[in-house]
Design a protein around this ligand. Structure first.
Ligand code: BGC
Length: 258
């Protein structure tokens, strides 16, 4: 029997968070458990914390699927980059390490891809039939491209070169905080990013996620784009919900896995 629940785990720079997800409701079925990310956030150290989270939910999860997000390119379970995490994630067989540590099957996916899948499944882009690009503005800029409900994984639009800069080094939410930028100073940076994305991909809908999306009224009305642009709805639940959804989708189609 297929379980209606899956476990989503979101690995971030400061916290590793997990919750059981009700796949029909597209929402948490339990409280969220958060454990600090280890100081040295190597795959082995992080896997140990992930193990604690899985243990915590093991009884309720049964043989349900497990999805884990990381802020890195993930191809066939191997993490290929480490823009804002420990460098030992580059070319790391993360999925195999987690499987061996936990002794059970699971899926590792990019954090923004998970957030995007959640927003299209149950959030700001629910059921959208066209091309949706979800961006997460946080420490870096993550992106998910979803066309007619199908994810094109690892789009990494935060690493576009714009005006001689890697986009996320100018326009991530962390840069606004670090450089103490006013909204008037920050908006032109977002404008350059989103108009470039719009020109390259002609999306039907842009969704802005990440913590700063709670303040969307401070910057979205000042962007000049032909594409509708809306704040994400699932906020900090998106990564966990999307990880759970992708875990189930990937188990159902293992040959088409990311
Ligand atoms: C990484 C992406 C990640 C994003 C958000 C970027 O720096 O390259 O893989 O999705 O940050 O965490």
């Amino acid at each position: 029997m297929t379980s209606n629940f899956a476990l989503g785990i979101d690995i971030g720079g400061s916290g590793i968070k997990g919750a059981l997800v009700d796949l029909t409701a597209g929402d948490f079925a339990t409280e969220r458990l958060r454990i600090e990310t280890p100081q040295e956030s190597t795959p082995a150290n992080v896997a140990a914390v992930v193990g604690q989270i899985v243990d915590n939910f093991a009884d309720q999860l049964g043989d349900g699927a497990i999805g884990i997000t990381v802020p890195a390119i993930v191809q066939h379970g191997v993490t290929l980059s480490a823009a804002n995490i420990h460098e030992s994630w580059v070319n790391c067989p993360a999925e195999t390490i987690f499987k061996e540590t936990l002794g059970r099957d699971l899926v590792v996916v990019n954090d923004a891809d998970a957030a995007g899948v959640a927003e299209v499944g149950f959030g700001a882009a629910k059921g959208h039939p066209g091309l949706v690009i979800v961006t997460t503005l946080g420490t870096g800029i993550g992106s998910a491209m979803i066309h007619q409900g199908v994810l094109v994984p690892n789009s990494e639009l935060g690493h576009l070169q714009i005006d001689g800069y890697v986009a996320e080094k100018r326009a991530a939410a962390s840069v606004r905080t670090r450089e103490n930028l006013s909204w008037e100073e920050y908006v032109p940076r977002l404008q350059r990013f989103y108009e470039t994305v719009e020109f390259l991909f002609s999306p039907d809908l842009l969704v802005v996620g990440g913590g700063v999306s709670k303040k969307a009224d401070k910057f979205l009305p000042d962007l000049t784009l032909r594409t509708p642009i809306v704040p994400a709805q699932l906020q900090n639940r998106a990564g966990i919900i999307g990880a759970a959804l992708l875990a189930v989708a990937t188990s159902a189609h293992p040959d088409g896995r990311r």
